[in-house]
Every structure is written in structure tokens, then in C-alpha cells.
Design a protein around this ligand. Structure first.
Ligand code: AMP
Length: 224
């Protein structure tokens, strides 16, 4: 099962992606996570990517496209994959589609989480990261996934981890606006990529405004 998931930063894409991953048992490949892991480890890739990420810009396609196309060739992707955060522009969408056609790989589902810009922005700024697992959903502005409290201190609502941080690019309004400019751009940005796929496969859209549970129920129903 090969799946793409789109949604503006802050739409709950990562959270819903984790739920979809569980349902289909395929690896959840998140471009942003791969970059952040490389930055943490101090790899060459991480060093190249850091400046772009801190500014809220896309890491250049020459770096990102081969990184993802190679990742999809790894052993664990033989049973399928859920790709999240890629493609992020029209050129990446074309590169992915051409690679899939060339390798005769079918794209079963394309998911689009729809959410307006201001709501997405508020959600990004409320995001809190658990040091144990960055994918544990915690957000101070969303009741369903508010971090827990212990001795007046914020802790992870999933595992109780006491170290909660924020991403630098999540607290920088200018960087958020840049990321959203890229996402909502229908000429060459991510929405151009979504529309590119709409012309080729059926795109399943889901309203990202309700709570996490409602969105995942609606999504899983549509996925059948
Ligand atoms: P995310 O975790 O998806 O919000 O991604 C964090 C940052 O990683 C983005 O703001 C970009 O700088 C970079 N990034 C993630 N995905 C891509 C992509 N497909 N192409 C280029 N840069 C990306």
C-alpha cells in the first residue's frame, strides 16, 4: 500500500499520518523528521539542510528528491510506504510521479487534509515536542492533545516524558508564514503538487478543523 499525505504545516498531518500508518502497517516516511535526525547527528546532509529549515525555506530539490527516492528503495518500503512532507512543490510531485511510473509502482491513496491558514498557524505555535518521541502528539492549543501536568510542570500526555520542547521554526512567525506561502501556492508550491495528483489519481480530502478523533474517523471511513 503506497500512500501520500498532504496538509499544511499545523493541520495535524503527522498525527493523522501515524494513525494511517498503524492501519496499513507501512513505514511512515516524514521528510522533516529525516532532516531533523540528520541535523541532530551532525551529518553532511544535516549541515546542508539546517539553514533552509531554520528560515522556513524548502531544502533544495537536488538534495531532497534523491534522498526520498532512495529512501523508498529501502527494504522496509517493499511492503509499501506512507510519504509525509514530500512532495512539497510541483517539481517534486513531477519527480515522484515519474519515478513511480518508471518503476511501475502504484499509488493507492493520496490524502489531503484541508485547513485554513490562520488555524494552521495557531496549531503550529501550540505544538510541544516530547523528547522521547517527537511523534507523540502534544499541543497546548488543542484540548484533545493537551500535554499532561505533573507538579505544575508540562509533561508528555502519551508517555509522561518530562522534557518538552518546541521546534525553533515553530515559534518564528516569519518562518511559519514562509512555510504556508509555499504550501498554499497553487502555481509551483505544494498545492500545485496536490492539483497535479488530482489530475492523475483520486485524492481523498478530509476536513482538518474538527478534533483529532473526528478527523481520523472521517479519514479511516474514506480509506475503507
Ligand atoms: P516539516 O517537519 O514537514 O514541517 O518540515 C520541516 C522543514 O524541513 C521544512 O520547513 C523544510 O525546510 C524542510 N522540508 C521538509 N520536507 C521538505 C521537502 N519535501 N522539500 C524540501 N524541504 C523540505
Amino acid at each position: 500500500m503506497n500512500i501520500l499525505i498532504f496538509g499544511p504545516n499545523g493541520s495535524g498531518k503527522g498525527t493523522q499520518g501515524a494513525i494511517v500508518q498503524k492501519k496499513f502497517g507501512v513505514p511512515h516516511i516524514e521528510t522533516g523528521v529525516i532532516f531533523r535526525e540528520n541535523i541532530k547527528k551532525g551529518t553532511e546532509l544535516g549541515k546542508k539542510a539546517k539553514g533552509y529549515i531554520d528560515r522556513g525555506e524548502l531544502v533544495p530539490d537536488e538534495i531532497t528528491v534523491p534522498m526520498i527516492l532512495n529512501r523508498l528503495k529501502e527494504e522496509d518500503c517493499k511492503k509499501g510506504w506512507l510519504l509525509d512532507g514530500f512532495p512539497r512543490n510541483l517539481a517534486q510531485a513531477e519527480a515522484l510521479w515519474n519515478a513511480l511510473v518508471k518503476e511501475n509502482i502504484k499509488l493507492e491513496y493520496v490524502i489531503e487534509i484541508i485547513l485554513d491558514r490562520q488555524t494552521s498557524k495557531n496549531r503550529i505555535m501550540g505544538r510541544r515536542l516530547c523528547a522521547q518521541d517527537n511523534n507523540h502528539p502534544n499541543n497546548i492549543f488543542i484540548d484533545a492533545i493537551k500535554p499532561a501536568q505533573k507538579d505544575g510542570k508540562m509533561i508528555c500526555r502519551v508517555c509522561g516524558c518530562e522534557t518538552m520542547t518546541t521546534r525553533a521554526d515553530d515559534q518564528d512567525e516569519a518562518a511559519i508564514d514562509k512555510r504556508h506561502n509555499i504550501y498554499y501556492d497553487t502555481k509551483t508550491g505544494t498545492m500545485a503538487g496536490v492539483n497535479y495528483f488530482k489530475e492523475r489519481v483520486k485524492v481523498i480530502d478530509v476536513d482538518g478543523l474538527p478534533g483529532v478523533k473526528e478527523v481520523s474517523e472521517a479519514l479511516l471511513k474514506k480509506l475503507g
